[in-house]
Design a protein around this ligand. Structure first.
Ligand code: SAM
Ligand code: DTB
Ligand code: SF4
Length: 337
């Protein structure tokens, strides 16, 4: 049973999974979409209260983990993800850039560490890496790892041998998002299947790496479809250690440009549902912070977000700068983890 301030989760009794590879130590339970929709439909105060309660059972109340992103290879991607400025087929202002040198990545990682980041996440605009890409990435990962940073990479789909090589090189986390619910998925991406994503996540797990997996909201999905995304994430076996929740950054030239933005309170609800259903995960308030007021960000932290991307750039778009985040942390009494 999930512990909540109300004793039980409304009238929802969760059953322990009988799946074989639930992580030891996680209180993973199986969730169905309507149970998560019930959560999302709660009065806002009740939902946030439950999320804060879950948060305080497993995490320091006022500590936020900081990850810095770098794009190690930008643009020219073969895929058709409808949100992405790096897809070659959309005409955006992004300039393509070949893979960065090892020195450039290491210099950036050192600077991120000095500014207080604990994790360094390297992204590449690939459908998936080639063997030559893996060889270059393994050198980069090892060099970043020796700086004393946690390492994370997001390079697209991985075969099992590729995941093994990255893991051997010292990669701690692999980010691969499910992005949205299975039902809404084909509205957004057609060049790879939902199942392909699940297979990559399985390969990452089997190689012994931590899973960073989340999605994007504000793409025109319904509340039921947001519940569908959270159900998929929470039912991963085990659920991801790190769950990035991105608010769509609308980029001119992409198919999703101009879509109606999600109500910020609905975004906060999604964070709360992630926190309640994946109580031990780090829930990252990810893309979209530049467009968010301090008040909305504060509500996200109250609803259980305990990680952010830190530094003035995401992959190709802007993020609040370090000084702005320091001011916000001071106002809220938050500490870097
Ligand atoms: N190419 C690899 C892949 O797709 O797996 C890795 C990089 S890709 C840019 C990483 C993630 O960034 C995507 O899965 C998506 O969730 C997120 N993302 C990309 N563009 C975004 C946008 N405009 N707004 C919010 N999130 C975005
Ligand atoms: C994730 O979930 N969000 C990050 C990271 N994982 C790689 C990427 C956000 C990208 C936002 C658009 C851009 O800057 O290109
Ligand atoms: Fe390519 Fe990743 Fe962008 Fe999709 S999200 S177009 S795979 S870079």
């Amino acid at each position: 049973m999930i512990q909540t301030p109300f004793g039980r989760l409304g009238n929802i009794t969760k059953k322990k999974s009988d799946c074989s590879i639930r992580a030891s130590g996680t209180d993973s339970v199986l969730w169905n979409v309507s149970q998560i929709e019930t959560l999302l439909n709660l009065p806002f105060n009740d939902l946030v209260y439950q999320a804060q309660f879950a948060h305080r059972q497993h995490h320091k109340a006022n500590a936020i983990q900081l990850s810095t992103l770098i794009s190690v290879k930008t643009g020219g991607c073969s895929e058709d993800c409808g949100y992405c400025p790096q897809a070659a087929r959309y005409h955006t202002e992004i300039e393509d850039q070949d893979m960065l040198s090892l020195d450039k990545v290491v210099t950036t990682a050192k600077a991120a560490k000095e500014k207080g980041a604990s994790r360094f996440c390297m992204g590449a605009a690939w459908r998936g890496p080639k063997q030559s890409d893996i060889e270059r990435m393994t050198k980069i990962i090892s060099a970043v790892k020796v700086l004393g940073l946690e390492t994370c990479a997001t390079l697209g789909m991985l075969k099992s041998g590729q995941a093994e090589q990255l893991s051997q090189a010292g990669l701690d986390y692999y980010n691969h998002n499910l992005d949205t619910s299975p039902e809404f998925y084909n509205e957004i991406i057609t060049t790879r299947e939902y199942q392909d994503r699940l297979e990559t996540l399985e390969n990452v797990r089997r190689a012994g790496m931590h899973v960073c997996c989340g999605g994007i909201v504000g793409m025109g999905e319904s509340r039921n479809e947001r519940a569908g995304l959270i159900a998929q994430l929470a039912n991963l076996n085990p659920y991801p250690e790190s769950v990035p929740i991105n608010n769509l950054v609308q980029i001119e030239g992409t198919p999703l440009y101009g879509i109606e933005a999600i109500d910020p309170l609905e975004f906060v609800r999604t964070i709360a549902a992630a926190r309640i259903t994946m109580p031990k995960s780090m829930v990252r308030l990810s893309a979209g912070r530049s467009e968010m007021s301090e008040v909305v960000q504060a509500l996200c932290f109250l609803a259980g977000a305990n990680s952010i991307f830190y530094g003035d750039k995401l992959l190709t778009t802007g993020n609040p700068d370090v000084d702005q985040d320091k001011v916000l942390f001071k106002k809220l009494g938050l500490q870097p983890l």
